[in-house]
Design a protein around this ligand. Structure first.
Ligand code: CTP
Length: 419
């Protein structure tokens, strides 16, 4: 077959595919990886090819697909593919594949590749809950993690047949985001939040005007969802209080609490902050709501209003800081705020951000400059991380996952040692 040649500088990603029903989702992951410019070599197991044909992987990757070590032997593929890789992603990683990898077996091309790879290795487990919770799999996951392999927490939800529970493969978009992050920063996912409860708010609130209309904002939820996703993958128990979002799916392993208005978000944050070690207010909370909500649709004509009178909403971030000061929340809790700023005649973005950090009293403030298509609804971000001790860190331009990982590094350092 003829193979499409891709420029040499593109990262070489190996996509290993295990023999589980979730193998069909590997096609979507492959498409996302190639569309974002990665050169991908697919290495399925024999069992994976019972779920998805080699032709599909070859067509989507433009590369040959083999499962055994005796194809194209002159190229020594069982050594070369792993040696050349900049990242190996295995999705789905079945219980059997994890066991073979943990024990150093090399009985097919994928396990041989995994033994020769010296780059980051990312496993996206997918299996039935009983298999995921079996002590053998638990031990294998711990052993692999202790060797530096990133073993993702699976999602909970519908499994094959009528079963539900933990063991679903994370969505392809989430795996692709984490894969890209590992190419940007190989050390982005340490298990340094184990035993911690991280509470994140994300998305925008909607303040109803009448049964049809609302006051809302442009927050997509992407940055908050990236933070929640990475906190799970760094070992935390995560509660994600989500307002309205666009283009994001629930991250694997989070407890989702869906809200709509600022008042609902406020109530959810106060109730879940009680035992949180970390609170991240990434949500765009409406500062105002209409004084009254019409019970029927407001019509044009004689009764149409000239103005909508507004009431100020509570500042949830400031309230949580106050609750901590009053001793209602743990003094060790780390509280992170976000600020989307534009400069004006009174000062630049950082001037306003420093004033906001002092006003809100949180420990960290993530600052994004907005306007000109930046920050909102896009996949990349940059800015500054201001700390209450005066430290200021530049957050270089990169994926929202990269920014989230840098913020979590600083959060993890601020947490008191786990007992
Ligand atoms: N925030 C909040 N409750 C609100 C408004 C904002 O908790 N009612 C939080 C946001 O989640 C964010 C931080 O406060 O973490 C800063 O949001 P921003 O809208 O920039 O702050 P404001 O206080 O509304 O500042 P400004 O006067 O610039 O609008």
């Amino acid at each position: 077959m003829s193979v499409r040649r891709l420029p040499a500088e593109q990262p070489r990603v190996v996509l290993g595919v295990g023999g589980g029903i979730a193998a069909y989702k590997a096609c979507e992951l492959l498409r996302r990886l190639t569309e974002s410019g990665h050169r991908v070599r697919v290495v399925p197991t024999d069992a994976a090819l019972r779920f998805v044909g080699a032709a599909t992987f070859e067509a989507l990757s433009g590369q040959p697909v083999h499962t055994g070590v005796f194809s194209d032997v002159y190229e020594v593929p069982h050594v070369r593919i792993g040696q050349d890789a900049e990242l190996v992603v295995v999705a789905p990683a079945t219980a059997d594949l994890m066991a073979r990898l943990a024990h150093g077996r090399a009985d097919d091309l994928l396990t041989a590749t995994l033994l020769t790879a010296r780059c980051p290795v990312l496993l996206a487990p997918a299996m039935h809950t009983e298999m995921w919770e079996h002590p053998a799999t638990v031990d294998n996951a711990a052993l692999l993690r202790s060797r530096g392999v990133v073993v993702l927490e699976p999602a909970s939800g519908r499994l094959t047949g009528t079963d539900t529970g933990a063991g679903r493969m994370p969505e392809a978009a989430e795996i692709a985001g984490i894969a890209t992050l590992l190419l940007e920063r190989a050390d982005a996912l340490p298990r340094d939040l184990e035993g911690r409860h991280v509470l994140v708010s994300a998305g925008g609130t909607r303040e109803p005007v009448d049964p049809v209309r609302f006051l809302g904002n442009r927050s997509s939820g992407k940055q908050g969802f990236a933070l929640a996703s990475l906190a799970v993958q760094r070992g935390a128990r995560v509660t994600l209080v989500s307002g309205h979002t666009t283009g994001v799916a629930a991250p694997a392993g989070v407890r989702m609490v869906v809200v709509s208005t600022a008042e609902q978000l406020r109530a959810a944050m106060h109730s879940h902050a009680v035992d949180a070690d970390v609170v991240v207010m990434a949500a765009a909370v409406a500062d105002f709501r209409p004084n009254t909500v019409a019970t029927s649709k407001i019509k044009k004509g004689a009764d149409e209003p000239d103005t909508i009178a507004l009431t100020r909403n509570a500042d949830v971030l400031a309230e949580l800081v106050e609750a901590r000061r009053n001793g209602e929340l743990s003094a060790d809790q780390v509280i992170v705020g976000f600020a989307a700023e534009t400069g004006d005649e009174r000062g630049d973005v950082l001037h306003h951000a420093r004033a906001k950090l002092a006003r809100k009293g949180c420990d960290l403030l993530v600052v994004n400059a907005v306007g000109d298509g930046k920050a909102f609804e896009v996949d990349s971000n940059d800015g500054w991380l201001l700390a209450s001790d005066g430290t200021e860190l530049v957050l270089d331009h990169g994926s929202k996952a990269l920014l989230a990982s840098r913020v979590l590094d600083v959060v993890a350092d601020l947490l008191p040692a786990a007992h």
